[in-house]
Design a protein around this ligand. Structure first.
Ligand code: GDP
Ligand code: MG
Length: 163
């Protein structure tokens, strides 16, 4: 089985960190500055015994301060179009923001399988914010730490169910 998963979400939620962990190489640039990934990029991901193509999306270009620019929207829509399934990433520490809701509405419209990931959820600090994820209308959030590698077994079983 060959399939493609797009990683979607607003800037700085940890999309590139997740991409790097799935691909196992430092292909995507990770930075504290939101939106440092400039283009969509694809890699070969492995999760459990699944191999698939994963697409990392940039948010904003550096220096771009608009919340949801045309370019960002176009890129997100292109990635959604290419994908068989979507990993929608939110920041569990920040909770659901208005920008998350904009992205969530783009994703819902596509009608493709979506897994909601509440990232940065290591420890207890992410729990409250992860609950806000229920509001996004994308199903139950999977608590994840892309940086520390927590939650990937659950992500694997959710992906198996979603496909
Ligand atoms: P992107 O803009 O969505 O691609 O986000 P990045 O992957 O570039 O990450 C943005 C920031 O969040 C960086 O400082 C990362 O180190 C941090 N980050 C990513 N994943 C996690 C995580 O699981 N836990 C914590 N605490 N920080 C994370
Ligand atoms: Mg990035």
């Amino acid at each position: 089985m060959s399939f493609t998963v797009a990683i979607i979400g607003r800037p700085n939620v940890g999309k590139s960190t997740l991409f790097n962990r799935l691909v196992g190489k430092k292909l995507a640039l990770v930075d504290d500055q939101p939106g440092v990934t400039r283009d969509r990029r694809a890699g070969e991901a492995r999760l459990g015994d699944l191999n698939f193509t994963v697409i990392d999306t940039a948010g904003l270009e550096e220096g771009d301060s608009a919340s949801l620019t045309g370019r960002m929207r176009a890129q997100t829509e292109a990635a959604i179009e290419e994908a068989d399934a979507i990993f929608f990433v939110m920041d569990a520490r920040a909770g659901a923001t208005p920008e998350d809701r904009h992205f969530a509405s783009l994703v819902r419209r596509a009608g493709k399988p979506v897994i909601l990931l509440a990232n940065k959820a290591e420890g207890r600090v992410g729990e409250a914010g992860a609950y806000e994820g229920f509001d996004l209308g994308l199903g139950d959030p999977v608590a994840l730490s892309a940086e520390h590698g927590d939650g990937f077994a659950e992500l694997f079983s959710c992906l198996l169910t979603a496909l």
